[in-house]
Design a binder for this molecule. Structure first.
Ligand SMILES: N[C@@H](CCC(=O)N[C@@H](CS)C(=O)NCC(=O)O)C(=O)O
Length: 222
């Protein structure tokens, strides 16, 4: 039996969604973020040393890292579904987006989260305006332009095909959902119509909605 170690408001929502698309049987072990630090509880480190979510266990195997989990599930339970055939241009694009989501897109989104929260943290009141000034400057000069470049890139790529890897919906779209949802929450104004359309389409998928019901709270952190 597959167990998904699922943290509230996190990337592991994507894994629940994939399992629903594949029609796999699975169980969920729920973990709650610390409301102040937003970190996962220490008990998640008993499953994997980094204590991040998602992690899955399947029999004797423990698999961490969203992209690796997606590859494992599609390899093991996909029967050719949700992945373009090997040797096709679509498969190349599929592999690219599977890596790009965590390897490139999440970096500016994580920086945005950290720098927008920085001035709200506990600190002596005299230094708060300085911290705020620095945090705003980093956002204006680096983070926001980076986010805009990624958002423009998604918009242009979604002009080439309905889904990220081509005309068929694939697990790469599931992997890409988290950065796009993060961008909608943290930099919504930068998203173009095609990217919003993509989000609208995935949110209507019955498997996405079933995963939401099973996973509980899923609110992207801002
Ligand atoms: N690149 C990893 C990132 C894992 C990760 O950072 N997960 C977040 C949840 S979205 C987490 O566990 N945060 C809690 C913590 O760092 O303690 C993946 O895609 O699996």
């Amino acid at each position: 039996m597959i167990t998904v170690h699922h943290l509230n408001n996190s990337r592991s929502q994507r894994i629940l969604w994939l399992l629903e698309e594949l029609g796999c049987e699975y169980q969920i072990k729920q973990y709650q973020r610390d409301p102040q630090s937003l970190l996962a509880p220490a008990e998640l480190r008993r499953v994997h040393p980094l204590g991040k979510s998602p992690v899955i266990t399947d029999g004797a195997d423990t698999i961490a890292e969203s992209g690796a989990i997606i590859e494992y599930l599609v390899d093991t339970y996909g029967n050719g579904r949700l992945r373009p055939p090997e040797g096709t241009p679509e498969r190349q694009r599929y592999t690219y987006w599977l890596h790009y989501a965590e390897g490139s897109a999440m970096t500016p989104l994580l920086l945005k989260l950290i720098f927008s929260r920085l001035p709200k943290g506990p600190m002596p009141f005299v230094i708060r305006p300085v911290v705020k000034g620095v945090a705003n400057r980093v956002q204006e000069t680096y983070i926001d332009p980076q986010l805009k470049a990624h958002a423009d890139y998604w918009e242009s790529e979604l002009g080439k095909s309905t889904w990220f890897a081509g005309e068929a919906f694939t697990a790469a779209d599931i992997q890409m959902s988290f950065p796009l949802e993060g961008a909608q929450a943290r930099a919504g104004g930068q998203l173009g119509d095609r990217t919003r359309g993509f989000l609208g389409r995935i949110h209507q998928r019955p498997a996405y909605q079933r995963a939401l019901q099973k996973g509980g709270e899923f609110r992207l952190l801002v």
